[in-house]
Design a protein around this ligand. Sequence first.
Ligand code: R1P
Ligand code: URA
Length: 321
Amino acid sequence: MSMSNANFPMDAEGRTYHVGIKRGELANRIITVGDPARAIVLSRSLDGVDPNTPAKSISSNLFSHASHRGFLTITGRYKGTPVSIVAIGMGVSMMDFFVRECRAVVDGPVIMIRLGSCGSLSDAKVGDICVPSSSYIVQRNYDYFADDNSSSSHASPYIMSKKFDADPEVTATLVKNMSAQLGDNHVWKGVNATADSFYSSQGRQDENFVDDNQELFTELVKYEPDTLTLEMETFLLYHLARTSTIAPLKEETRVKVAATSNKHSIRAGACMMVFAQRKSNDFITKEDIARVEPIAGKAVFDSLVEVSLGEESELHATEGS
Ligand code: R1P
Ligand code: URA
């Protein structure tokens, strides 16, 4: 694969370097998940899927593209509206690739909703759904663990950022549609904490490493009493949506618009299925995942197509939709 433009590499066909998609292959209403198997489960809800498709396969009448870096994109229609599903793997770097590269190949406003899994710090039980209206990030303070840890930057083992908000209409629509699918008592609102590790910065105890995280849950709840969930991507989605410009703009105006306007080209929301109950130590069963994933997926698709993008300029999949 030969790429050009070191600033934003693309191949000769116009495919992005990591997600591997090009203009025309992605809708401007996107659901993003971590696990490619979840993307395939969700693709079953798209219009016109061949019912004879084997369980772990993508219906041949949908567009799909698997990239060499592990991203899987599926595009079709839901209730007649073009939508895409993009599986990105795990962590904030993968979210960064996803948001920037998808933004680059779609014209006009974009809506991105994450359907992930999480740990619950609240009373939300395994199989419940959490819809965070904002997120902060918890990062391991590497300096704290340095041999020379004498300066003030070493004071605390974990650092919490400021919060960034989801799009309020997207969040409200997700809560409404999740409640319709699962019932009010299985849907939780609050704040998400994205961590830079599944282990240390999510308060898991690991005798093979010095993590100094025994007090982390107490510190998170003290920092933000509405902390509901811990996972690994949502903060970056909200942060990038809030810093997205009504692009493309020249450098000098881009800075001003992002800082002073609440007009952004990306509207973002997220919801997570509770896989780990961190207070009771329960972990979800595979039967519960199989029950919740498709229902939660429908609620996300319903929300994706319900929210108006204002100036509509939907791109359509070139194949199969
Ligand atoms: C960790 O097991 C992964 O699960 C969660 C976390 O954010 C992390 O990516 O999300 P997904 O279920 O979307 O992968
Ligand atoms: N994903 C996470 O990041 N943490 C959990 O505890 C469960 C899923």
